[in-house]
Each structure stands twice: as structure tokens, then as C-alpha cells.
Design a protein. Structure first.
Length: 455
């Protein structure tokens, strides 16, 4: 059976436009009585950590695993937005009582510093007071808001963090993935404050040992989180393409895992993230190949985050989900080589030819392994060398290749780095023409079960 069609998780990335005033210490949070906001879009992303107790089990009562030893869990995105109104008390309760392994939800703060559960700071059109921003409202004002239920009636209020805590304390085996949101125009200080407050709430309510904190503003949030909870699980998410320095920053600030959109997740990125000791967690996985790659390079405990947790749980427990994958190379040969660099290379001076979106379609970045080059030397000197690597990669990753004397062509394969570029230099002054003749992607096929009988 093919995996379900997956879609964007829908996280927003705030812009820094104005300052945010300092706020007072966290107050005691009041509870709402009834459930919150609705949405029906299917979403799947991947988050991870080791659950305290397995709830997604096979018919024999064992955890769902694959031949690589990974364990698979179900995470109800926004509480399970296709089954209940999103980010609502009804959704949290329903997901916990249904036996899903975890709940993913979003946290924001009101003008009087109350924690409420909403993906959107700006109330969407399906809510009363649409267009009003939660960070400008008091809790009393937010409590008057009603959003559509699945029948289209404006009946669903926005819950507080206290409401969520009540559900989690009643179900101590359920894990929490908490996305610490920000709002458009929020200052760096404001983002740090939100991260601090959210982490303190998790800690004060005894949830830290079963919570994954998530941030799309990790450069601001991570230092604040680490001051409160040095050992908390933190997932650093990015919106943009592969950037070595962003991965390095996530590692330096103490992230547990890193991810960007699946369409930007090359083999080079996957390997670099894992080499830094981080777990790889791509998001917005929209193809079966993307899902396969996420599993193949994924962590020991792998969470499927979905708006339809019932369907995902059924697929996992029935054995219908494809969980075992093998990787192989698929080489695409261009009908006509594309020249990406031509001219005189000065000795030991780097050049950065762009190949992605030029010779290689941007749509092929996912699972891209290497770009295949024909490098022509014209009247080259003797004892000359070519050095190639992905742009912004560590010098240790550079590959050295002897260049022929005179006029000749050699062939090399190079991974793509920042901004879709390569890094090329020569040891001596050399006239070079660099052409892309093709590229190699990893492709994933279902792997057969491992024979444990010894036959």
C-alpha cells in the first residue's frame, strides 16, 4: 500500500519588524472549559525522542519496528486536526483517550502573559474576531473567541496551557511536542521571552521528561531554553534550503535534532546533520520517496506526525506501512552538458559555480547526492591539482584530483553546498571549463525482511 499523501505542516516564520516590551514574570494560568480551533488539512512531519511507554503496538503487543531497529510512533498534529477541531481541548482529550503516543500543539502568549494554544497569532477567518492578533489581546478577550467546529459552527474556544496540562496529567504515558510560536514583527528579545516562558511552564508542570520543544526561531529560542532546561529535547527547524552554518549553529546552541523542508534535504545535508551528532528530522514530507529518506536517515525512535492519527495508527499496527528501505543511486545524464564555469583559475583561489536551478533542476535537490562534472584543462601545467567540495563545507571534505598536463578532460562528482553551489580551486594558474553532465540522486526501494532463521 502506498503511503498517504502528505502535506505542509504549515508553520509560519515571523519577520522582525518592531521591538517587544519586556514583560513581567509568568502568572498563574486560568483554564478554559471547552475545546478550540478547527482545521482539516492533512499534515505530516517527523519528530523524535524515546517515549516512556509504547502505545502503538502490533497485534502481538510489541512496539512497531523495522529491520533496522527503529521504533515507530504516532503523533497527533495539532491534536489530530482532521478528527477534531485543531488545537482544542476536544482534540487533546480525544487523542489521549484514543491511545496515540503523543500530541503536537502550538503555544502563544496573550498581552497579559497567559499561555494559550494556537498555531496562529493572527486569528484566521474561521474564527470570530478574525484578523485580531492574540499577543495584543488579554486572556479574557481570547476566551470570547469562537472558531469553527467540523460542522462549520462557531463553537470552539481557544484553550490554555493549563487545559492541556490537565489532559497530559490524566494520561502520563502521552508525550508532548510543543511548538513555541512567535508573531510577525516580534523582537529577538520577545522570541527569547516566549521560549523561556514556555520552557518554564513545561518544567513547572512536571512534563519535561516527556516533552519535545520545537522552534523555527532556534537561534533566539535555543539559548533561552538551555538556561531553563539544559537537557531538554529541542528540535531546531528551518524554512530555507541547506545552509552549513545553520546546522553548525543548531549544534553549537545545543539542539537535539535539526530539520528543514524535505524538498531541501539532500544526501549531503542528511549526512552532515548526522555527522554533527544531531538527529535528522525533515518536515513537509509530501512524497513516498521523501518519507523513505526520512526513515532511512532517521533516528532510533521515529514519530509520524499527522492530522489523521487514526489512519496512521491503523497502517502501523496492521503492518501496511512501509518501514524498511534500501538506498541506491539513480544517475541522470543531461541531454546537453551545461557550462557552469569557464575561465582562468588563479592558484589556490576558490570559485563557486552555481549548479542548482541552472544545470540541475531545483526540484531534484531532495535526496541529491552529487553533481557529475566534466572538467576540461586547456594547456595546463604539470604537477597541478583540482580541489572540489560543496560550498561552505569543511576543508576536510575537499577531494583532491591530479589534473593532466596540456589539454584534456577529467570527470569528477561533487556534492552541492550552500545556495546550490560548488567549491572549486586549482593548485596552479589554470584555464578550466567546468560542465555539468549529469547528477546522481539516491532512490529508495522497499527492502525485504531480514532472514533471522539462518537458512
Amino acid at each position: 500500500m502506498a503511503p498517504p499523501q502528505l502535506d505542509n505542516v504549515g508553520h509560519s516564520r515571523p519577520k522582525v519588524m518592531e521591538s517587544c516590551p519586556q514583560r513581567k514574570a509568568l502568572p498563574v494560568f486560568e483554564a478554559l472549559r471547552t475545546p478550540a480551533v478547527a482545521l482539516t488539512t492533512l499534515a505530516l512531519a517527523l519528530t523524535l525522542a524515546t517515549p516512556s511507554s509504547a502505545k502503538t503496538l502490533t497485534s502481538s503487543g510489541d512496539p512497531v519496528t523495522n529491520t533496522a531497529g527503529q521504533t515507530f510512533k504516532v503523533l497527533a498534529h495539532r491534536g489530530g486536526a482532521s478528527q477534531w477541531p485543531e488545537n482544542s481541548l476536544e482534540a487533546y482529550t480525544g487523542a489521549a483517550e484514543a491511545g496515540y503516543d503523543g500530541i503536537e500543539t502550538d503555544i502563544l502568549f496573550t498581552a497579559d502573559d497567559k499561555a494559550v494554544m494556537s498555531h496562529y497569532d493572527k486569528l484566521p477567518s474561521r474564527c470570530t474576531q478574525a484578523g485580531t492578533r492574540i499577543h495584543t489581546m488579554t486572556l479574557a478577550q481570547v476566551q470570547l473567541v469562537r472558531c469553527e467546529d467540523h460542522s462549520g459552527n462557531m463553537t470552539v474556544p481557544i484553550p490554555t496551557f493549563t487545559d492541556l496540562v490537565g489532559v497530559l496529567k490524566a494520561h502520563p504515558e502521552v508525550w508532548l511536542t510543543l511548538d513555541i510560536k512567535a508573531y510577525s514583527g516580534q523582537s529577538a528579545a520577545g522570541k527569547r521571552a516566549y521560549a523561556t516562558w514556555a520552557t518554564k511552564l513545561v518544567l513547572q508542570n512536571g512534563l519535561l521528561n516527556r516533552t519535545r520543544l520545537l522552534s523555527f526561531n532556534f537561534d533566539k529560542a535555543l539559548p533561552a531554553i538551555r538556561k531553563v532546561a539544559p537537557k531538554a529535547y529541542v528540535l531546531a527547524y528551518d524554512h530555507n534550503g541547506f545552509d552549513y552554518d545553520r546546522v553548525r549553529l543548531a549544534d553549537k546552541l545545543g539542539a537535539t535534532a535539526y530539520g528543514t523542508e524535505a524538498k531541501y534535504t539532500s544526501v549531503n545535508l542528511a549526512q552532515f546533520v548526522r555527522a554533527r551528532g544531531l538527529e535528522l528530522v525533515p518536515w513537509s514530507v509530501s512524497t513516498s520517496q521523501g518519507q523513505a529518506m526520512a526513515i532511512y536517515y532517521g533516528p532510533k525512535t521515529f514519530w509520524f506526525m499527522t492530522d489523521s492519527p487514526a489512519a496512521m495508527a491503523t497502517r502501523l499496527t496492521s503492518g501496511a506501512a512501509k518501514l524498511n528501505w534500501a538506498a541506491s543511486d539513480n544517475v541522470t545524464v543531461l541531454a546537453k552538458p551545461v557550462t557552469v564555469s569557464k575561465g582562468t583559475y588563479q592558484a589556490k583561489r576558490n570559485h563557486y559555480p552555481k549548479v542548482l536551478g541552472n544545470a540541475v533542476p531545483s526540484s531534484k535537490l531532495a535526496a541529491l547526492q552529487t553533481v557529475n562534472l566534466a572538467v576540461t584543462v586547456t594547456k595546463g601545467p604539470s604537477k597541478n591539482y583540482l580541489y572540489t567540495a560543496a560550498r561552505s563545507s569543511a576543508s576536510a571534505s575537499t577531494k583532491k584530483r591530479a589534473l593532466p598536463k596540456g589539454t584534456a578532460t577529467i570527470y569528477v562528482s561533487v556534492p552541492v553546498g550552500d545556495a546550490g553551489k560548488l567549491r572549486i580551486r586549482t593548485s596552479k594558474k589554470t584555464k578550466l571549463t567546468v560542465k555539468v553532465i549529469g547528477y546522481t540522486n539516491q532512490v529508495f526501494t522497499e527492502a525485504p525482511p531480514v532472514d533471522t532463521t539462518g537458512s
